[in-house]
Structures are given as structure tokens and as C-alpha cells.
Ligand binder design. Sequence first.
Ligand code: NAG
Length: 335
Amino acid sequence: MFFTLLLQVIWILAALGDEHWTYEGPHGQDHWPASFPECGGNAQSPVNIQTSSVTFDSKLPALRPHGYDQPGTKPLELHNNGHTVQLSLPPTLYLEGLPGKYVAVQLHLHWGQKGSLMGSEHQINSKATAAELHVVHYDSDSYNSFSEAAKSPEGLAVLGILIEEGETENPAYEHILSHLHEIRYKGQMTAVPPFSVKELLPPVLAQYFRYNGSLTTPPCHQSVLWTVFSQKVQISKGQLEKLQETLFSTEKEPSQLLVQNYRVLQPLNQRTVLASFNQDESSYTTGEMLSLGVGILIGSACLLLVVYFIAKRIQKKKLRNEKSVGFTSAQATME
Ligand SMILES: *[C@@H]1O[C@H](CO)[C@@H](O)[C@H](O)[C@H]1NC(C)=O
């Protein structure tokens, strides 16, 4: 009896130990796969999106968020969970334009250390931005709960929004950032008045990259249909500093700043990244460039010839006119 109880306690402690993870140190990301095998999988996130290697897919529609601008009247819960700041979202917010109806669950942020302009998880052409917003959804047509969907392929849909430092304060992000000082320590929560979550997204929702990936934190389930928007959003330097300097990853003193909560890039392996829009119209191949050059040359030559002949004809006509004028005036003087 005592023995089984002891075993149970050991088992629970071991399970709890497994739950513990950080970004750096003995439980850091290099060690995630040992406790969370899926973190060592071959379809992990985040990835570097190389725009020269993406595949344009004309059938990818613009994303249509519903209810994002009217998130009800109930306050939203903002939580410091020691890994990030997370805002709970009501299921009245959902996405269309994906295979199925995906309802919102939560959103959270990733950022770098104090003063750093590198803190995003995804990169475009090997360039990180200062921070990244993730809006997490699950397929409510196919699954009864988030936790069930989180373990199934394409069970989740996450929107990735790259955030860079800009000149002006972003009022939408202030709905979150102005409350950070209320939840400085891990485990703290506060209530945030509802606001338009739509304004956290970039204005153009039709241009994005799409790939199959994973949660970027343990247990790293490979169940996420990722949408990373091509357009970035801006927050001010002061807002970025608030994000980088307010929260602690610890429950009490000694306090440790919650910074650099981003995962390093994961290999793309055999995966394809789709683009909903035709990249850089100016990026012609050498062959296209050459034929374009030859085309312009022939075109200009033809135009020159035409202009030359027209000019010649006008000149001829003028000469003829002058002759006839000379003739009539000569006639006139004779009379
Ligand atoms: C994601 O994987 C599914 C198969 O599980 C596949 O049908 C789909 O085309 C993939 N999507 C992308 C964007 O590669």
C-alpha cells in the first residue's frame, strides 16, 4: 500500500518535472525533445520563409475573420504564464477561408531581450523582426475541444503577425501592453476590457504564406496549419520596451525578466511553403530578362523606322506645297 503510494508520488513528480521547460539553460530548447518527443519531429515551427522558394497558389483565399471587431461585452483574461503574456479569446471569434471553421482560443506574443530588434519566431528571407503575435484557433467542425484538436493534423490554425518597431504608438496593441504592469509575475492574471482584435492584424489579409508546422512551445504538436502574413505591423519603441522590460518569468523574488521567449528556426525539410499572392513581379529569370531586352530593342527600331518614314512624307508634302504656292504667286504677278 505504502509502496504503491510512493510509486504514485514519484510518477506524479516525474510528470511534473517533464512539464517544466524554458528557452535557455538545462531545460532549454536543445533539451525539449528529450521530454517532449514531438519537438524533435521533422515538421516543426518556426521556419525561415525564403520568398524565392515559395510556391504561388492562386486558390488560397483571403482570410475572413468573424467577430474580431466585436469581441462581446465580457472582459478578456490576460495571463502571465511564465512563458508569455496570453489573452483568452471567446469562441465567437472564428476564421473562414481555411479548410473548416476554426474558432479562436487565445493570442500571445514572442519577443527578444531589452533593446533588441530580433524577437520574432518566423523569419522572411532570414530577417527576424522585433516581435511576433500568434492568434491560436482550433477546427471546431472536426473536434470538440482545443486539446483534442491540438494532437491532430491540421487541428489547429495559427496566424503569425510579424511586429516591427515603427514611429508611432499602435493603439490596438496598447489594449494589451498597458496592462502588463498588473501581471508582472508568473501566474498573475488581469481582466482587459474587450477591444477589436482585428486591429492587431495587418490591413491586408489576402497576402500570406501557408505551411504545415507545429506549436513553437512544448509539446510541439505537429498539428498547426500556419498562416504568416506578408504585411507586418508596427509598434512604437516605447511599446516594444514595455513588452521587453515589464514581465518576469518567475513567481516572486529573485525575479527574472521574461525575455527572448522565441524558438530558434527549425529545418523546413521536405515541406512546401505556399504563397497566396504572386511575389515580386520584377523578379524575372535571366531568360525572361534577355527576351524582354531583345523585344524592347526590336520595338524601338520599328518605331524609329515608322517615325522616319512619316517625317520623310511630311517633308515631301511640304516641298510640293511650297512649289504649288510659288507657281500660283508667279501666275498672279503675270496677270
Ligand atoms: C498539409 O498537409 C496535408 C496533409 O496532412 C496536405 O493535404 C496539405 O496540402 C498540406 N498543406 C500545405 C500548405 O502544405
